[in-house]
Design a binder for this molecule. Structure first.
Ligand code: NAI
Ligand code: MG
Length: 492
């Protein structure tokens, strides 16, 4: 309990507004001790005989044993997908395909609390986000693409769209279920079958999704889930039975995949890293901008490819904005992912924490000024305090490289031209933000930013109807919207 401070004649005012813990109940999730591979509608033990432990990154507590799929397992999964493709799925009436997708969407909604708790448990993200963002958006994606399944001829008139075949899909750990939805929903709507590999640190929601597939009575082999690390991903990429690869993850692995597929007939889409500029002009509504900046970089601990990790502030409002931002950071609550009051959860893995710490150290060494609000981090698990760097030069590594953590680098500019030049001064081009009261300036600046998504007076907003994807080293191809169907279709 907090102490009460009483002034004579005044009402009691707590001196310290502590929050009582408000944990979301964990018992809605039933974990198995070990999980197999989901191939042809069955759970199979991996041929490798190898397993690894998946943990809760906020406590380092082991959660379950996960199968490491090897070359034989990859081969079997692709055969199951090919079989399902040829014997029913690709020729099924599109309106019937739609029904399965609608069913999956409905079941995700019905089981959303279970999925949200599991996602926070295995990935470290705050329950507030998995409950209010990951789950509703995942279901929305299946609803959205269910609607397209029997309208492909209208989506692409006079082009005779046909499915591509068997899609290999490799996803990262920052939005495990949502990235699954982004990949699986359009693939199935277009009549393809799928072999999907979740990231090694966050396999559990994809494995629970297999239960949803059974509940929806999706024909066996239409979706196969193989767990494993990068080796499994690499096997999937090089297997001759794959028609299309969709990858979301690091730029380095994306480049390696592109090299591997060069000269083959396989289709490829890549959604890679980012170093987005969030540009604040002097006429911006400041309090609103502060919320957008905070949401832009501290949402999901900054494990967001489109995170607004480079804040560009017009010089005339710099002092005022930084003061407000620092004040706002002191109100962020860092802690247990399953606590409903938590704003910033755990870092996803030891490996990612090491990377954040290394880059933050280079920021200090190169001469930037660091600010972290006072906050007590839990002893166990992987944690990093919300961080702001000021006095950052464009050449510093923290201004150039994707940190993928709760770390903001602040730069300044004087004119719109300078803002655009600095914003575009990056090998990436996934997203950007613009904050200004003037509609004309939004349009003028957005047009010159080399980024797949530009948010105006908001940040990190997603909608299944809106295409998402990058320029330059952020990758190519679009996910979401009508555009998101194209990579899964052949045309005459
Ligand atoms: P990663 O790119 O290694 O992992 C992403 C997925 O690719 C995982 O499923 C992984 O098992 C798989 N994979 C790894 N090596 C592969 C290979 N050779 N062939 C096929 N698949 C392979 O990313 P990692 O190592 O987890 O994170 C490193 C950095 O990458 C992060 O610090 C972050 O900067 C960036 N990243 C960006 C993401 C984004 O959404 N843009 C997502 C994850 C990481
Ligand atoms: Mg890696």
């Amino acid at each position: 309990m907090s102490e009460l401070e009483r002034k004579p004649g005044a009402a009691a005012v707590p001196a310290d507004w502590t929050y009582a813990p408000a944990p979301e109940a964990r018992d809605i999730v039933t974990l198995r001790e070990r999980y197999g591979l989901y191939v042809g509608g069955e759970w199979l033990a991996p041929h490798t005989g190898e397993t690894f432990t998946t943990i809760d990154p906020s406590t380092e507590e082991p959660l379950a044993e996960i199968a490491q799929a090897g070359p034989e397992d990859v081969n079997n999964a692709i055969e199951a997908a090919r079989d399902a493709y040829q014997n029913g799925w690709s020729t099924l009436a599109p309106s019937e395909r739609a029904k399965y997708l609608f069913r999956i969407a409905r079941i995700l909604q019905e089981r959303s609390r279970e999925f949200a708790v599991l996602e926070s448990l295995n990935g470290g993200k705050p329950i507030r986000e998995s409950r209010d963002v990951d789950l509703p958006l995942s279901a929305a994606h299946f609803f959205y693409y269910a609607g397209w399944a029997d309208k492909l001829e209208y989506a692409f008139p006079n082009r005779a769209p046909r499915p591509v075949g068997v899609a290999g899909q490799i996803i990262p750990w920052n939005f495990p279920l949502l990235m699954l939805a982004w990949k699986v929903a359009p693939a199935l709507a277009a009549g393809n079958t799928v072999v999907l590999k979740p990231a090694e640190t966050t396999p559990l929601s994809a494995l629970l999704f297999c239960d949803v597939l059974r509940q929806a009575e999706l024909p066996p082999g239409v979706v196969n889930i193989l767990t494993g690390d990068g080796r499994t991903g690499a096997e999937l990429v090089k297997h001759p039975g794959i028609d299309k690869i969709a990858f979301t993850g690091s730029t380095d692995v994306g480049k390696a995949i592109q090299r591997e597929l060069a000269g083959t007939r396989k289709r490829l889409t890549l959604e890679l890293g980012g170093k987005a500029a969030n540009v604040v002009f002097d006429d911006a509504p400041l309090d609103q901008a502060i919320e957008g900046i905070v949401n832009g970089i501290y949402f999901n601990q900054g494990h967001v490819c489109c995170a607004g990790s480079r804040l560009l502030v017009q010089e005339s409002i710099y002092e005022q904005l930084i003061a407000k931002l620092k004040r706002r950071l002191t109100t962020l609550r860092v802690g247990a992912p399953l606590d409903k009051n938590t704003d910033v959860g755990a870092i996803n893995s030891r490996q990612q924490l090491d990377k954040i710490e290394e880059l933050v150290q280079t920021g200090r060494d190169e001469g930037a000024e660091i600010y972290q609000p006072p906050c007590r981090l839990p002893e166990r698990g992987y944690w990093f305090a919300p961080t702001v760097f000021t006095n950052v030069a464009q050449s510093y590594r923290i201004a150039q490289e994707e940190i993928f953590g709760p770390v903001l680098s602040v730069l300044t500019f004087r004119t719109p031209d300078e803002a655009v030049e600095k914003a575009n001064n990056t090998p990436y081009g996934l997203s950007a933000g613009v904050w200004t009261e003037k509609g004309s300036r939004i349009l003028a600046v957005a047009q010159r930013l080399r980024a797949g998504v530009v948010w105006a007076n908001t940040y990190n907003r997603f909608d299944p109807a809106s295409p998402f994807g990058g320029y330059k080293e952020s990758g190519f191809g679009r996910e979401g919207g009508r555009h998101g169907l194209e990579p899964y279709l052949e045309f005459d």
